[in-house]
Ligand binder design. Structure first.
Ligand SMILES: NC(=O)c1ccc[n+]([C@@H]2O[C@H](COP(=O)([O-])OP(=O)(O)OC[C@H]3O[C@@H](n4cnc5c(N)ncnc54)[C@H](O)[C@@H]3O)[C@@H](O)[C@H]2O)c1
Length: 397
């Protein structure tokens, strides 16, 4: 299958691209390298040293991997080139990772809020519009987030895979039953862009029959997959800073360098998780099981387990002997929430979840220890506050 991997130089996109190439697919990596540029702006680097995309592709080919090409393209800005690319390549599928993906970065300032909305919403809309203009039948697999459902109370209800069955009361007292998109409840500007993506998908699927699978992904942990471990020059990125680092990888890295684990608030927040190996496998499964023509947007919950952040910190502390530091929460969010998630779609397609066992957590700690000297400790604290109230609490903390 010919597949364009948009955002294929990123944390989830790079392992996905090599996995698809390894499976014999014809892969074109499309990326504007904005994530690398943001690192420069934030004066931080991936904890793991990462090669340039050119070097990554050369090494992959030298090791006998199926060659991949790279196109430097901004999908949010270069609409005409995107249409041209689709017409030239005629892909059967496009995997869309190409968005600004950090909630804290999206909340840093008006500049980053506006950038996140412009980049993410425009990029997704350009892709949909370009597919219509090209006249091609392309399956889009998009990476969304579990955060679209919101991290408030679901009152013990299980979060379904995208659609909620509701009963609508009628004036005559009768009721009809309908499946609607689960109400969205974004907790940051970043999450809001993902809820807007959902509406764009709903519309273009209804109006133009575009075939779409939207993957509501949990927080990804781990670093490498079998393919990215084949050579140090294929190593995946590892974000640990207060903007781009995600909670479990941050805890494991903090434990590795002897930095107290940074729990925000009480640690009562519950989040969904998935290992990078399973993330890559899920994308492959989604590509292998496309929706049929006229089928509505397929939505899968791409997560394997839920954990409370405080309990996660205790688990990492027990494993490594690290201490825990309870800090003021920079986010405006529920102190505590439940998160019971239906993820049967992927399990039924054959996903065998990689759970949070000690062996894999140790693997991340080992990677972090190996590159501990590359860590800039001043970049670990989360300083991006959701509102002035949180900013004041951070300043006093
Ligand atoms: N990492 C996670 O824990 C996680 C969790 C849930 C969902 N996701 C989603 O998965 C996707 C990928 O996340 P990631 O962690 O790999 O992020 P990342 O920032 O590492 O990768 C995104 C890639 O897209 C590229 N990009 C961004 N805007 C672009 C544009 N306009 N044109 C072309 N390329 C562009 C960046 O340069 C980067 O290489 C995102 O959409 C994210 O929201 C990630």
């Amino acid at each position: 299958m010919k597949v364009l991997v948009l955002g294929g130089d990123g944390f989830c996109g790079w392992p996905c691209a090599v996995n698809l190439a390894d499976g014999g697919h014809d892969v074109v990596v499309v990326d504007n390298l904005s994530r690398r540029k943001i690192d420069i702006d934030l004066e931080v680097e991936s904890l793991t040293p990462i090669s340039s995309i050119g070097e990554r592709l050369r090494v992959w080919e030298e090791l006998g991997g199926k060659p991949m090409r790279f196109i430097n393209l901004d999908i949010a800005q270069d609409y005409d080139r995107l249409v041209e690319l689709l017409r030239q390549e005629q892909p059967q599928a496009v995997v869309h990772f190409a968005e600004q993906r950090a909630a804290p970065y999206s909340m840093k300032s008006s500049v980053t809020k506006r950038y996140t909305v412009d980049n993410n919403v425009n990029g997704t809309h350009n892709l949909l519009c370009a597919i219509v203009e090209s006249g091609l039948d392309v399956h889009i697999v998009h990476l969304g987030t579990m955060g679209v459902y919101g991290y408030g109370s679901h009152r013990g209800a299980t979060i379904p895979e995208g659609y909620l069955t509701v009963e609508v009361p009628q004036p005559d007292g009768s009721r009809f039953v309908e499946k609607i998109l689960h109400p969205s409840d974004p907790g940051s500007v970043y999450h809001m862009t993902k809820t807007l993506d959902q509406l764009l998908f709903h519309y273009y699927n209804k109006n133009d029959g575009i075939r779409i699978t939207d993957l509501h992904q949990g927080i990804v942990w781990g670093t490498n997959t079998e393919q990215t471990s084949r050579d140090p020059r294929l190593t995946n990125r590892f974000d640990y800073d207060g903007d781009y680092g995600t909670v479990l990888n941050r805890f494991l890295m903090q434990a590795a360098i002897g930095y107290p684990l940074t729990v925000h608030g009480t640690g009562g927040q519950t989040r969904a998780f998935i290992h990078i190996r399973d993330s890559v496998r899920c994308v492959q499964l989604a590509l292998e099981h496309p929706p049929s023509t006229a089928e509505k947007v397929k939505i899968f919950n791409q997560m394997t387990e839920s954990h409370q952040v405080g309990a996660l910190a205790e688990k990492v502390a027990a494993l490594t002997g690290a201490s825990i530091n309870y800090l003021p929460n920079p986010r405006k969010e529920a102190i505590e929430n439940d998160l019971i998630v239906d993820n049967r779609c992927f399990i039924e397609l054959g996903l065998e979840p990689t759970t949070l066992d000690n062996g894999l957590m140790n693997e991340v700690v080992d990677v972090a220890k190996r590159y501990a000297d590359r860590c800039n400790r001043s970049r670990i604290p989360c300083v991006s506050a959701w509102t002035q109230t949180q900013a004041q609490a951070l300043n006093q903390g």
